[in-house]
Design a protein around this ligand. Structure first.
Ligand SMILES: Nc1nc2c(c(=O)[nH]1)N[C@H]1C(S)=C(S)[C@@H](COP(=O)(O)OP(=O)(O)OC[C@H]3O[C@@H](n4cnc5c(=O)[nH]c(N)nc54)[C@H](O)[C@@H]3O)O[C@H]1N2
Ligand SMILES: Nc1nc2c(c(=O)[nH]1)N[C@H]1C(S)=C(S)[C@@H](COP(=O)(O)OP(=O)(O)OC[C@H]3O[C@@H](n4cnc5c(=O)[nH]c(N)nc54)[C@H](O)[C@@H]3O)O[C@H]1N2
Ligand code: SF4
Ligand SMILES: [Mo]
Length: 764
């Protein structure tokens, strides 16, 4: 199935922008909001977003500053919340009018634009259409199906980071009481590599810094990240760093606008002036070259120490708090300039300049996102970054540390609550003790494992809570076939997406409240909690009337499903949980470390910050110390004529959901089937700007995958590194092409060639 695209207007390409936000940011936010909902509702959403008594922005996981501004949101936050607060509705009538087959031909953009889901729907085996079903009948259908499986391991429960802590805690409780650890989540495709690397080296898979640390740093690296689009308010924080005298190094194959200059729309000087220059050093790196870059920076530090012993490395820190230094140093010294320059595509002067800045900086933070995690060697790259920070003791003190910048607003919290196919035994034991059962110990399936299990007929029931599994995952053709093989697919969602049209024999759509919707239960209005990228946990209260009277909260859906599935003998008080979410937080406080007195501590302005043990010099690693590691520089094998393609986000999309066909900062307008390529790379292939090409990816097994009809755009990307949008290019990522250790699909490292598409005979 290849979904047809919306009729695209003529692609227009303008020069990539050299600054982000400012007045156009505000204008675009209001424009999109008003296209979805009324002026009054827009006003109400924007007044409540990220305020202490309002709701958490359903966009990214960047934290709110302690002193909140009246407008504590960005252009994209406003778009995300009003995309949810839309007044458009998908009703039973809509599903009567459109068959599943017809919906499957519509674009992701079109599906999302139909509005909020309003009542439970079922597609019965062999039926052409979804039809309405009552909540009880729908939940009974799932419970019967789950109870009928030969083993609980034949069921899969996917989540995405929109889920609240309360819903996530109940989901993992239900799934484990039912008898499996099959809890794949969007993190598997996202920061899993960060978790793997940090867990091994520092003993905890989370970042160690706060916003105050960012402000206080002398040097902040922003690596493999496009904050102007994906974490816009991070630019306000970096602006503050600059104002305090800190410097920024950007490492990216693309000259992303937000990394160049920022005009802060919250301040008059940002609206009227030239804004703040962000990157002091811009390393336009070759895709996948980051491991070599950091290893060379490490070698240079070791050599600087040789030249002036006792002045460069933090010997006290290394001796007292780390292990493995000698082996690491011996290994890192061996990287040659040849290797480093080939892998990074940078010049020696560029790397040496940054090295000098590193020497001049006492407090260093490294921030990163998908440009590192979604590569085959993402885990060793992040481990090498940890080495880099350990060398000068840039950990556990103000203005220094690791900062994996998370994606979904509560993706970090969901993990804290136990959404992971491999939770440690200590967590499982605490859960079992609290609720009086023995959770299964065997690890469950992650997202890639889940696809294989469905493909091979080993998993038969798929339940998705939030997210859009079929478009978030690689190898679209394989994944679609896998889902279609299921007996039952269930999607608990707010809006229509591809996972509703690519479904099992029986398919259910269960509509739920979103972050901005008011949630009223037997004991009154409820709030939920979320954890941001810097481990701040706070309350979120929906403020709008729910999109439909038939919606249930995620907590209610999961609890009712659990009660039916687990049956009479089950003693977990599911009804109590629904009636009063405080009773869930009470249980969380007894199961999850760091959440003591949770309800009391979280329900106050600012919430609570979970301490990262790393900052107290505690490392829960195998040696009890922070671990230096030796990481071999590995480069993707790119045959002559091939390019490394990365699949990334446009400015106007939320993950699998394009809001418009524009990517303003990159100068791409009205189209998404676009591939950005360095003009020299284009010329070498006999191609010119505007040519239509098929993108063909190759894989070890000789299989070729094809994404058709993309317009080649000459773009100032680094040589050999091309970029195109996700999810249109997921079809090119082989299911087995995953990062070592973390199993994350290599969405940023796809080896491709471009094949010109001959103009059809007779075409104008
Ligand atoms: N508006 C908006 N905001 C979002 C999202 C969204 O879809 N839309 N999604 C959210 C989610 S879930 C996530 S995980 C985050 C993602 O946030 P990002 O990681 O910023 O998202 P991507 O668009 O995948 O961009 C990856 C960046 O890494 C760069 N890059 C690619 N390959 C390499 C490489 O090999 N080395 C280096 N150094 N850089 C590289 C790309 O050029 C790009 O700038 O954003 C969150 N915020
Ligand atoms: N090729 C490629 N693939 C990628 C990536 C990439 O960079 N390149 N990035 C990966 C990353 S980082 C991520 S995080 C994943 C994202 O993957 P997902 O998290 O699975 O996808 P989303 O697009 O965020 O999911 C959108 C859907 O979530 C539902 N939804 C929204 N809000 C709520 C809510 O409050 N409750 C419920 N129940 N449902 C809600 C809506 O129905 C909406 O259609 O994609 C991954 N896939
Ligand atoms: S930076 Fe992220 S969390 Fe903050 S308002 Fe923007 S999208 Fe929302
Ligand atoms: Mo993500």
């Amino acid at each position: 199935m290849t979904p047809i695209d919306d009729p695209e207007d003529e692609l227009t390409v303008t020069a990539p922008k050299t600054w982000a936000a400012g007045v156009p940011g505000v204008v675009h936010a209001v424009e999109y909001s008003l296209s979805q909902t009324s002026l009054v509702r827009t006003g109400r959403t924007l007044l409540n977003i990220n305020q202490t008594d309002g709701f958490d922005c359903p966009g990214c996981a960047w934290p709110e500053p302690r002193d909140r501004h009246r407008n504590e949101y960005c252009e994209n936050g406003a778009k995300h919340v009003n995309d949810e607060a839309t007044t458009r509705r998908v009703t039973a009538e809509f599903f009567r009018e459109h068959s599943v087959a017809e919906l499957d031909t519509m674009s992701d953009h079109w599906l999302n634009q139909q509005g909020r889901l309003t009542e439970p729907m079922v597609r019965r085996p062999g039926a052409t259409h979804y039809e309405p079903i009552g909540w009880d009948a729908a939940l009974e259908l799932i419970a019967t199906s789950l109870r009928g499986l030969e083993s609980p391991d034949e069921a899969l429960f996917y989540t995405s980071g929109r889920l609240s802590n309360e819903a996530a805690f109940l989901l993992q409780l239900f799934v484990r009481a039912y008898g499996t650890n099959n809890l794949p989540d969007c993190s598997n495709m996202c920061h899993e590599s960060s978790g793997s690397a940090l867990q091994q080296t520092l003993g905890v898979g989370k970042g160690s810094v706060s916003l105050e640390d960012i402000y206080a740093a002398d040097l902040v690296f922003v690596v493999g990240q496009n904050p102007g689009t994906n974490h816009p308010r991070m630019l306000s924080a970096l602006e503050q760093t600059k104002r305090n005298g800190g410097k920024i190094v950007a490492v990216n194959p693309l000259p992303e606008a937000g990394l160049i200059r920022f005009k802060n729309p919250q301040h008059a000087r940002g609206v009227l002036g030239r804004g703040t220059a962000i990157a002091d050093y811009f390393l336009k790196i070759r895709s996948g070259g980051d491991l070599a870059l950091f290893q060379m920076l490490n070698r240079l530090l070791l050599e600087a120490e040789d030249a002036a012993p006792g002045t460069v490395l933090d010997h006290r820190f290394i001796a007292g708090q780390t292990s493995g230094f000698e082996a690491f140093a011996e290994h890192a010294r061996r990287i040659s300039w040849d290797t480093a320059l080939t892998a990074t595509g940078l010049t020696r002067a560029e790397i040496e300049q940054v090295h000098q800045q590193v020497l001049a900086s006492d407090k260093i933070i490294v921030c990163w996102a998908m440009g590192l995690t979604q590569h085959k060697h993402g885990v060793p790259t992040i481990r090498e970054i940890v080495d880099f920070l350990l060398l000068r003791g840039n950990l556990g003190r103000p203005g220094a540390g690791v900062c994996p910048v998370r994606g979904h607003s509560n993706v970090q919290g969901d993990r804290t609550m136990g959404i992971w196919e491999r939770m440690p035994q200590s967590f499982l034991d605490a859960l079992g003790t609290e609720f009086g059962f023995t959770p299964p110990a065997a690890h469950g399936l992650d997202s890639v494992g889940a696809i294989r299990a469905m493909r091979d007929g080993k998993a038969k029931v798929f339940v998705g809570v939030a997210g859009n599994f079929v478009r978030a995952t690689p190898d679209s053709a394989v994944t679609e076939a896998a889902l279609r093989r299921c007996e039952l697919t269930v999607q608990i969602s707010t809006k229509l997406n591809r996972s509703h049209t690519v479904c099992g024999a029986t398919a259910l759509i269960l509509p739920t409240l979103g972050r901005s919707d008011r949630d009223i239960q037997a004991t009154g209005e409820q709030f939920v909690t979320v954890e941001d990228s810097m481990s701040e946990v706070h309350a979120s209260r929906g403020r709008l009337d729910p999109a439909s009277p038939h919606l249930l909260s995620e907590v209610a859906i999961i609890s009712r499903l659990a009660r039916r599935t687990l049956g009479q003998g089950n003693t977990i008080p599911w009804e109590e949980f629904v009636a009063d979410y405080r009773s869930i937080r009470d249980r969380i406080s007894r199961v999850v470390p760091g959440f003591e007195n949770f309800d009391e501590r979280v329900d106050r302005p600012g919430g609570l910050r979970l301490a990262n043990p790393v900052n107290a010099g505690i490392f829960r690693t195998s040696t009890g110390k922070a671990e230096f590691t030796c990481n071999d520089v590995a480069m993707l094998e790119v045959p002559p004529g091939y390019l490394i393609l990365q699949s990334l986000r446009a400015h106007d999309q939320w993950n699998t959901v394009p809001y418009t066909n524009n990517d303003r900062y990159r100068g791409i307008h009205n189209a998404r089937r676009v591939i950005m390529v360095n003009p020299v790379d284009l010329a070498e292939r006999g191609l010119t700007d505007g040519d239509v090409v098929d993108i063909v990816s190759v894989w070890h097994d000789g299989t070729e995958r094809r994404a058709q009809n993309f317009v080649a755009v000459a773009y100032p990307a680094s040589r050999g590194s091309a970029a195109a949008y996700y999810p249109e290019t997921n079809v090119l990522v082989p299911l087995d092409s995953v990062a070592d250790i973390s199993n994350t699909p290599t969405s940023k490292g796809i080896v491709v060639r471009l094949e010109p598409v001959e103009a059809a005979v007779g075409a104008p």
